[in-house]
Every structure is written in C-alpha cells, then in structure tokens.
Design a protein around this ligand. Structure first.
Ligand code: ADP
Ligand code: MG
Length: 240
C-alpha cells in the first residue's frame, strides 16, 4: 500500500527524518513507537503529505504521491487520519461532523450520508449522540466519533497519531477497542502509540523510530521479548 524510499525531512537545519525506508502492506497494522521528538508524527504526516518530504519518495498503491502532478485531494481522500486532539467541528453536531465531507467531497445525498453515519455511530455505541455537540461528549466518545467520521470517507488506510494520549485513563480502553475491531475487519492501519499492550496484541509489525530513523522493526513478539537495539532496550525498560 505504501512504499517509502529514502524519505528525509528537515525543518530548517533540523533533520527530523533521516533516510527512512519502509513498506506497509494491505491489511497490516503497523505500530510505531519511540521517544518523544524522534520524528513519529512527522513520518505519519508525511504519508498524508501534511508535511512535504525534503527528499525521497512515497508510493501509494504504486503511484508516486510526491510527484507534483499527482492529485493531492483525491489521494488524501483515501487516507483517514486520527489525531491526539479530536479535531471535531465544535459548532456542528456529531451527525453534521460526520456527513460534511461525504456530502461535499463524495457528493452523497444528505439522506444517504446520514444513513451511513448512523450505522457507523451504532457500531461504536454512540447512535444516541447523533444530535449532540462535541462539547457534550467525553474525550473517549469524541475520539470514537473522530474514528468513525474518518470511516465515512471509506479510506483505504487509517493513520493514528497517539489517539489515546490526551484521554483520561478510564477512556483509553473504549478507543483501543474500536481500533481493535477495525484491525480485525482488515483495515490497513499505521498507529503511533505508547500503548504497548495494543502494539503487542493488535500490531502485525512494530517499528522503533529514534532520531529520525527506523532502528528496529519486527513482529510484536520478537520486538518486545528480544529487542536487539540498545536504544530500544532502554526505551522499553522505561515504558513497560
Ligand atoms: P514525535 O512525534 O516523535 O514526538 P515529531 O515528529 O513531532 O516527533 O517531531 C520531531 C522533531 O521535529 C522535533 O524536534 C520537533 O521539534 C521537530 N518539528 C516537528 N514539526 C516541526 C515544524 N513544523 N517546524 C519545526 N520543527 C518541527
Ligand atoms: Mg508526535
């Protein structure tokens, strides 16, 4: 689904991504862990071209997306992204939040968009919140909405950047559970998280990003039980 070749990103003199090579296949759940400031968000944002690479190539479904001729909007529609802070429109109801893009971008009828949104809301147990405003919801509820709002666009892949980091501890589980269900349905996912339990249980592959490079990459079992890189060993000793 993604082929990333020699991806570099600098902000001024600061080199944040340093020759990253990675492949993400359909149906994989790739979990990215690493210290704060190591470039995880920048990497994820590059996949979506929210950050333009300084050099290197990103192929998505075989097409070079960094090509100036590629249709950025069409491409971004295929990629769902969920951030730490939910980014819901505060002045719109949950249903309006979910149907805005399908109506505007996918040209769905209001009725059709609402029907689909209601089905997705029901799936995450939030159908009764359709006419509520974001401020009336808990953090965990808002993040579940942010996930299903992305799904309304039928993305081919979902990117998650620390989706549970801003939540109170008792709400982390309900969000991870929605993500687990999505993974089991076969969604391709790239997840930056500090939830090592999720990485081990749901991840098909775990990457350790440190100083803008992928320093280790393995199955969850090997990654957690037999880490090889010294920086990863140190990192795991602090977070587990
Ligand atoms: P992580 O998500 O692993 O914590 P980030 O990708 O957010 O790391 O950031 C990596 C480094 O890049 C940090 O040193 C950060 O300060 C820097 N950085 C990120 N975005 C910008 C930006 N827009 N301008 C300048 N520096 C940035
Ligand atoms: Mg980050």
């Amino acid at each position: 689904m993604f082929e990333i070749k020699q991806l570099c990103k600098s902000f001024g003199p600061t080199k944040v991504l340093d020759h990253i090579d990675a492949t993400i296949r359909q149906g994989e759940v790739v979990v990215i862990v690493g210290p704060s400031g190591s470039g995880k968000s920048t990497f994820l944002r590059s996949l979506n071209l929210l950050e333009m690479p300084t050099s290197g190539e990103i192929l998505f479904e075989g097409k070079e997306i960094t090509d100036p001729k590629s249709n950025l909007n069409q491409y971004r529609q295929k990629i769902g992204m969920v951030f730490q802070h939910f980014n819901l429109f505060a002045n719109k109801t949950i249903l309006e939040n979910m149907t805005l893009a399908p109506i505007k971008v996918l040209k769905k009828s209001k009725a059709e968009a609402e029907k689909e949104a209601m089905e997705l809301l029901a799936r995450v147990g939030l159908a009764e919140k359709a006419n509520a405003y974001p401020a009336q919801l808990s953090g965990g509820q808002k993040q579940r909405i942010a996930i299903v709002r992305s799904l309304c666009m039928h993305p081919d892949v979902m990117l998650f950047d620390e989706p549970t980091s801003a939540l109170d501890p008792e709400m982390v589980g309900e969000v991870l559970s929605v993500m687990r269900d999505l993974a089991h349905e076969g969604m391709t996912m790239v997840v930056v998280t500090h939830e090592m339990g999720f990485a081990r249980e749901v991840g098909t592959r775990v990457l350790f990003v440190d100083e803008g490079r992928i320093k280790e990459e393995n199955t969850p079992e090997e990654f957690f039980d037999h880490p090889k890189n010294a920086r990863l060993q140190e990192f795991l000793s602090k977070v587990i």
